[in-house]
Design a protein around this ligand. Structure first.
Ligand code: ATP
Length: 237
């Protein structure tokens, strides 16, 4: 469904991705692991259209989308759940969710149904729908961030470190939510530093090092936690 080939990208003259290639098949749950500052978020931004590749291609369903604007990629089914839970703290939970459906203004009935769907998936968001998003806990913010992305009716979600700074019990909840999205038929690319969580949910793993993919393997083929941790920690330093 999604294919990156030899993507070179960065900020200004600074190159961060040095020829990165990866694939996410339809319905797959693929994890991209790597240490701090290795370019994981930059990779997601290149897919979402927030960073333009200087070389290489990003293709969705066989179509190269390098020149497609970010908002048009959202309409094509790509939705980014950014790191840092970039929610609007001064707006209510419900208003934040509606922001995810901004390009579907003419589809009032569909948007209302999807809002109910998000509330069914995350009952805590329903309970807190009138609360200012800035008052939510870390786990609730992450759920809101995922819920807001779902409001654009995506076919593929790009999740940027959804477990970051969350307690283990909450990470487990988020992992379950991610698995339930896969069961719903969504295709997922999950950027993580939490190796345990990635191994628990993903069916395929990539490790990024120096702006390129340095290791990849199907989880079913056996990937040891220690092997992975050593691999990318040794590469990060
Ligand atoms: N907007 C920007 N302008 C300039 N440099 C940036 C920008 N965003 C990120 N960088 C730099 O690009 C490099 C890769 O950042 P990126 O956020 O892609 O890494 P990451 O693997 O997601 O790391 P982390 O897990 O710490 O978020 C870092 O050195 C970072 O400082």
């Amino acid at each position: 469904m999604l294919k990156l080939e030899n993507v070179v990208a960065g900020y200004g003259r600074t190159r961060i991705l040095h020829g990165l290639s990866l694939e996410v098949p339809r319905g797959g749950l693929v994890a991209l692991l790597g240490g701090n500052g290795t370019g994981k978020s930059t990779c997601l931004k290149a897919i979402a259209g927030l960073v333009t590749p200087q070389d290489g291609t990003v293709a969705l369903d066989g179509r190269v989308i390098n020149d497609v604007a970010a908002e048009d990629r959202t309409a094509m089914g790509l939705s980014l759940v950014p790191q840092g839970k970039e929610i609007f703290g001064g707006m209510s939970v419900a208003e934040n969710l509606m922001m995810g459906a901004y390009h579907r203004r003419r589809d009032k009935a569909g948007v209302a149904a999807d809002l109910e769907g998000v509330y069914t998936r995350f009952p805590r968001l329903k309970e807190r729908r009138r609360v200012l998003a800035g008052m939510l806990s870390g786990g609730e913010r992450q759920m809101l961030s995922i819920g807001r992305a779902l409001m654009s009716r995506p076919t593929m979600l790009l999740l940027d470190e959804p477990s970051a700074a969350l307690a283990p019990r909450v990470v487990e909840e988020i992992a379950e939510a991610i698995l339930s999205l896969r069961d719903l038929g969504l295709t997922l690319l999950l950027v993580e530093q939490n190796v345990g969580m990635a191994l628990e949910v993903a069916d395929y793993l990539y490790v990024i090092r120096g702006g390129r993919i340095a290791f990849e393997r199907a989880v079913d083929d056996g990937v040891g936690m220690d092997e992975l941790r050593d691999f990318y920690l040794s590469g990060a330093h």
